[in-house]
Design a binder for this molecule. Structure first.
Ligand code: EPZ
Length: 420
C-alpha cells in the first residue's frame, strides 16, 4: 500500500500538461471491441482504471500495446463474451463493456457491477435501453446475460435521467444494427461527444443533437482508426481547486476550457484570476479564497459532481460559509470526516454540506476512500500546517496520473511512500 506525504504551506507555481480524460478513455477503449481491426488511441492517461480496461480487452481476446500515452488495440479477433466478477469488482465502470461486447458478439455475460464508495450505482437505465433495442436480458444470482435475438433494427430510447453510462451503453449497443436509434434525454457530457467522434472515425454515424438527443445510424461493422482522447476536465478542475486553496499561479496546458466554462465564474467569485486561452488556462490566486454561496452538482453543463470534493477543500479554507448540494450521488461526502480531522468545520444535512471556512487546516493522518475524495485530501494537505499523510493512494491513482509528481513540479513538498 502507498501513501502520499505532504508538508503544507507552500504556494503552487509552474506549468502542467493536463492528462487525457479518464471518463473518455474508458468508453472509447470499450468501443474498440466493436472494431474489426486496429484502433490507435492517443492521450490515454497512465492510470489504474485504464490498466483495468486493458486487462478486460486482453481477456476478451484483443491485443493491446502501450507506447507512452498511446494505446494500440487490435480487436480483429474477439474470443469470449463474458467479463469475470473480479474485473467488475476491480472497476465498477467496466459496465461500459456491456454494450460493446453485446454489439460485437450478440451476447454478453457479466456480474452486476454492484455499488461503490459513492453510491449504489444502479444500472436499470442501461438495461432498459438494451431492452428497448430488442435485446433479451436474464438476471440471476448477481449475473447478467444479454442476448441479441433477431436483427437489431433501431429504436427510440428515452432516458428518465441523463445517465452518462447508460447513454454510452445505448450508443455502443446500437452501432452494429440495421436501423436508426434515437436516444432522448441523453447525457451531454463532453466525453459522450468524444465517444461519438471515435465511432464516426470508425465508420459509424453518431449525431449529437443540441437538446440532449443522440442519433445512431447502424452499420454492419466498424474499421480501425486513430483518435486523440480529449483532455481531462475533472483533473483540470482539481488542479485549479488546489491552486485556489494553496495560492500561487499555475498554467494548465492541453486543456479545453469550453468543457467547463460554466464553472469558471465559481473560481473567479472565490477570488481567482483566470486567463482562459482556450487550450491553456492560467489561474492565479493571491489571497485566501472567498466562500462560494451555492454549489449544486448537476448533469452537464452544470457543476460536475466529480469536482465537488476538490472544490470543497477550497471552501474549507475560504473566508465565510459555503454551501454544497450533491444532487447526483447519494454518498459522495466520504471525504468530509477526514477533512474534519484536519480542522475543517463542515456540517452535513442529507445531501447538503455547510462549510464554515477556517484560516488554516492542520496536518493529520487521513485515509482516501474514493477517487475524488482522495484528491480533496491531498489538496487539504497542501494547505495544512505540518506533515499530512494521505493513505490508500490507490484510490487516487485510479483517475489521476501521478498526482504527487504533478504537484511536486509545482513546488509542493510532497512525496509518495510505501507503507510496508
Ligand atoms: C460517470 O459515471 C462517470 N464515470 C462518473 O465519474 C461521474 O461522476 C458520472 O458519470 C456523472 O457525471 C465514468 O464516466 C467512468 P451516471 P456513471 O450514470 O455513468 C443514476 C469519477 O469520479 N443512475 O450519469 O455511473 C446514478 O445512481 C466518476 O470519475 C441510475 O439511477 O454516472 C447516479 O445517481 C465517479 N440508473 C446518476 O444516475 C442507471 O441505470 C448519475 O449516474 C444509471 C445511473
Amino acid at each position: 500500500m502507498e501513501s502520499i506525504v505532504i508538508s503544507g504551506g507552500r504556494r503552487l507555481r509552474g506549468e502542467i500538461d493536463l492528462q487525457g480524460s479518464k471518463n473518455s478513455s474508458l468508453p472509447i477503449l470499450a468501443a474498440t471491441v466493436l472494431v474489426r481491426g486496429v484502433s490507435v488511441i492517443h492521450n490515454c492517461p497512465d492510470i489504474r482504471d485504464v490498466d483495468a480496461a486493458v486487462k478486460i480487452l486482453r481477456h476478451l481476446g484483443c491485443l493491446v500495446k502501450r507506447e507512452n500515452d498511446t494505446l494500440i488495440v487490435d480487436s480483429t479477433e474477439i474470443s469470449c463474451y463474458n467479463i469475470p466478477e473480479t474485473f467488475m469488482r476491480e472497476m465498477r465502470s467496466s459496465i461500459v463493456f456491456l454494450g460493446s461486447v453485446l454489439g460485437r458478439m450478440g451476447i454478453v455475460q457479466l456480474s452486476s457491477p454492484g455499488g461503490c464508495e459513492i453510491g449504489l450505482r444502479p444500472i436499470d437505465l442501461h438495461l432498459s435501453s438494451l431492452r428497448s433495442l430488442g435485446y433479451t436480458i436474464d438476471e440471476a444470482h448477481g449475473s447478467i446475460l444479454c442476448r441479441r435475438v433477431g436483427d437489431i433494427s433501431g429504436s427510440v430510447i428515452s432516458l428518465s435521467f441523463p445517465s452518462v453510462g447508460a447513454t454510452e451503453n445505448a450508443i455502443l449497443a446500437s452501432v452494429i444494427s440495421k436501423g436508426r436509434t434515437v436516444i432522448l434525454n441523453a447525457a451531454r457530457e463532453p466525453e459522450i461527444k468524444d465517444l461519438a467522434d471515435f465511432l464516426c472515425s470508425c465508420g459509424c454515424r453518431v449525431e449529437i443533437g443540441s437538446q440532449g438527443t443522440v442519433a445512431v445510424e447502424g452499420v454492419d461493422s466498424l474499421h480501425g482508426c486513430e483518435h486523440w482522447v480529449i483532455p481531462d476536465r475533472i483533473a483540470a478542475l482539481t488542479y485549479m481547486a488546489a491552486t485556489a486553496a494553496a495560492g500561487g499561479e499555475v498554467l494548465i496546458r492541453n486543456v479545453d476550457t469550453s468543457a467547463f466554462l460554466s464553472v469558471l465564474p465559481l473560481f473567479e467569485g472565490a477570488g481567482c484570476e483566470i486567463k482562459d486561452k482556450g487550450n491553456s488556462l492560467l489561474i492565479t490566486m493571491r489571497r485566501r479564497p472567498i466562500a462560494v454561496r451555492d454549489i449544486r452538482t448537476m448533469p452537464y453543463p452544470g457543476f460536475p459532481t466529480d469536482a465537488q470534493a476538490p472544490v470543497m477543500t477550497m471552501c474549507a479554507v475560504a473566508e465565510g460559509t459555503s454551501v454544497i448540494v450533491e444532487n447526483i450521488f447519494e454518498s459522495r461526502f466520504k471525504h468530509v470526516g477526514e477533512l474534519i480531522r484536519m480542522g475543517a468545520e463542515i456540517k452535513i444535512e442529507g445531501r447538503l454540506a455547510l462549510i464554515d471556512g477556517v484560516k488554516e487546516l492542520y496536518a493529520a493522518r487521513v485515509q482516501a476512500q474514493d477517487l475524488r475524495g482522495g484528491a480533496a485530501l491531498v489538496i487539504a494537505g497542501l494547505c495544512a500546517v505540518g506533515e499530512t499523510r494521505v493513505e490508500n493512494v490507490r484510490h487516487i491513482d485510479r483517475g489521476y496520473e501521478r498526482i504527487d509528481s504533478v504537484l511536486q513540479s509545482l513546488g509542493a513538498e510532497i512525496r509518495r511512500i510505501n507503507d510496508e
